[in-house]
Design a protein around this ligand. Structure first.
Ligand SMILES: Cc1ncc(COP(=O)(O)O)c(C=O)c1O
Length: 394
């Protein structure tokens, strides 16, 4: 690969972070289990203190397995570098905790993942950070909310559970003009379907627990930083706060990344097939899927994203909650669970789970979140069909 002919994402995902020459020919870097690192001489130990983050110094600051995972994420996302954390939520808490301080103002999307909202409202606010929620569809209108003490704008696109696509370039333009950092939770699209840095984001956080790992067996987060300055600041903060990722988890996630492109394309294809089928069902009032016309921000999705995963929302026509629960309990292939992005399909009732303050989200009927996995889409459709028929609507 050359500058004139840069490698495509599939190629990057296949090779990034692989160093057989450094690992006895092994294609995947092994799991390095490390706490202490011994130095050959006092002089070597002292020399390392001058540049603590470019070599192995102590297990908490990462091992060659961690660095390989971070290298692969950086190859896909771009920017200066990535930082692995022990969960997606740790990536978010590290970024917000490491960048915000008492007296700062932070603008947070109203459709943010609920634990992020609680982190902001209950913890950061208690530490003196002024938290203000904004309408996820605000776009360039964010400019009017920026104050002299605004330090950071937090985006999650699409929004958790309600799936609004945000106008990231418009928000980033307003932020950039006032020296405000833009942080985005890019877990839904990953760097494969949304190039966060190209659209003006400064820090992209992901729950690597989900698509990067892809097999529902690892908890991991990652922070991609556009600049060296932010990377160094967060790396220091992680070191002092003791935030580190386990070697086994980074190994599993790097292994998952090798198949990210093929998995995501299948999630996309099956997800759209199921979503379009649901749109035709008499029990369904609305399917909210960023890649379908009519979903909030769909035109922006078409402009900025290169794909969609298989996670979307369904609003049913009004019916009793007990009927919905019985329908969910009847499903053979959809597990009832929270952490999407694995190979298996999931369903989650979300009625009443959406907390807003700057905007309203009050659907008339019960709502569900679906994660379409890698099963055959026709089997999933047949499973949903027998479940929906129990609702006796239409
Ligand atoms: C959008 C989003 N961001 C972050 C997280 C947190 O990730 P983790 O469960 O790895 O802490 C989640 C988890 O569901 C999520 O949905």
């Amino acid at each position: 690969m050359t500058d004139n002919n840069p490698a495509k994402p599939d190629t990057l995902l296949t090779h990034a972070g692989s160093h057989p020459d450094q690992n006895h020919g092994a294609v995947n870097p092994p799991v390095y289990r490390v706490s202490t690192v011994v130095f050959p001489t006092v002089a070597a130990m002292k020399e390392g203190e001058k540049h603590p983050f470019d070599h192995m110094r102590y297990g908490r600051q990462g091992t060659p397995t961690t660095f390989a995972f971070e290298e692969a994420v950086t190859a896909l996302d771009g920017g200066f570098g990535a930082l692995a954390t022990c969960s997606g939520q740790a990536a978010i808490a590290t970024t917000l905790g490491g960048l915000l301080t008492s007296g700062d103002h932070a603008l947070i999307s109203d459709s943010v993942y609920h634990p992020t909202r609680r982190l902001c409202s209950e913890h950061l606010a208690r530490c003196g950070v002024e938290i203000e929620y904004y309408d996820p569809l605000i776009g360039a209108g964010i400019e009017a909310l920026i104050k002299p003490n605004t330090k950071l704008i937090y985006i999650e696109s699409p929004g958790s559970l309600s799936f609004e696509i945000q106008d990231v370039p418009a928000i980033a333009k307003a932020a950039g003009a006032r020296g405000v950092l833009v942080v985005m939770d890019n877990t839904w699209a990953t760097g494969l379907f949304f190039d966060a840095f190209k659209h003006g984001v400064d820090i992209s956080v992901q729950a690597a627990t989900k698509f990067l790992s892809g097999h529902s067996d690892a908890m991991l987060g990652v922070i991609s930083c556009k600049s060296q300055e932010v990377w160094t600041r967060l790396k220091n903060y992680m070191s002092y706060a003791g935030i580190a990722a386990g070697s086994e988890e980074v190994y599993l996630s790097l292994r998952g990344m090798r198949t990210l492109a093929v998995r995501l394309r299948q999630h996309q294809e099956s997800g759209l097939k199921v979503a379009r089928w649901l749109q035709e069902r008499p029990e369904v009032a609305r399917v909210i899927h960023p890649a379908l016309p009519g979903s909030p921000g769909h035109e922006i999705w078409k402009r900025d994203f290169t794909g969609a995963c298989g996670l979307f929302a369904v609003e049913l026509k009004p019916c009793p909650q007990e009927a919905v629960h019985a329908m969910i309990d009847s499903l053979a292939y959809f597990g009832l669970g929270f952490s999407w992005g694995g190979f298996e399909s999931l369903i989650l009732p979300t009625t009443g789970a959406i907390h807003r303050s700057a905007t309203q989200w009050r659907p008339d009927g019960p709502t569900l979140r679906l994660h379409i996995g890698l099963e055959n889409a026709d089997d999933l459709i047949a499973d949903l069909a027998q479940g929906l028929e129990r609702l006796a609507i239409g």
